[in-house]
Ligand binder design. Structure first.
Ligand code: SF4
Length: 147
C-alpha cells in the first residue's frame, strides 16, 4: 500500500455537491453525517474544498449549468479520487433527463456523462444506510479499509 493510501486509511474526506436536487437526497446525506448514522465513525469528514477531498458525493439531476462546475471540482481533487452518485436523478437524470426521454432538454442522462462514477446509490431519495454502504464500497475499492 502506497503512502497516500496509507494516509487515507480510515479518513475518506468527502465533498458534497448538489447539482440542483429537490433537497430530498441532501437531507439523507446530512442524516448520514449526523450522530444517528455517524459516518464520522468510519473516519469520513465533510470538507469544503475539492483540494482536501477524496470522495465527491453528488446529488440531484446533472444540468448543463452544473456540468462545468462538476468537472472543475473533479479536476481539482487530488488522486486517488472517487465519485459517488446519490439518488435516481443523479444516476440517470430520472424523470428530468431528455436523453432518457424525460421532460428537460438541459439535464444529462446521469453523472457518468460528465465524470467517472465509482458507486451508484439508487433511490428517491436513498436511505442513509444505502448511502453509507455506497461510500463504504468505494473506500474498499481504493484499498482503504473502513473497519
Ligand atoms: S432522486 Fe428524488 S429525492 Fe433525490 S433529488 Fe431526485 S427527486 Fe429529489
Amino acid at each position: 500500500m502506497g503512502i497516500v493510501e496509507w494516509a487515507f486509511r480510515k479518513s475518506p474526506w468527502i465533498l458534497h455537491f448538489n447539482t440542483g436536487s429537490c433537497n430530498g437526497c441532501d437531507i439523507e446525506i446530512f442524516a448520514t453525517l449526523t450522530p444517528k448514522y455517524d459516518m464520522e465513525r468510519l473516519g469520513a469528514l465533510l470538507k469544503g474544498s475539492p483540494r482536501h477531498a477524496d470522495l465527491l458525493v453528488v446529488s440531484g439531476p446533472v444540468t448543463r449549468q452544473a456540468s462545468g462546475r462538476i468537472l472543475r471540482i473533479y479536476e481539482q481533487m487530488p488522486d486517488p479520487k472517487k465519485v459517488v452518485a446519490v439518488g435516481t436523478c443523479c444516476i440517470s437524470g430520472g424523470v428530468f433527463s431528455n436523453g432518457g426521454k424525460g421532460s428537460c432538454y438541459n439535464v444529462y442522462p446521469g453523472l457518468d456523462s460528465i465524470v467517472p462514477v465509482d458507486a451508484y446509490v439508487p433511490g428517491c431519495p436513498p436511505k442513509p444506510e444505502a448511502i453509507l454502504e455506497g461510500i463504504s464500497r468505494v473506500v474498499k475499492k481504493t484499498g482503504v479499509d473502513p473497519k
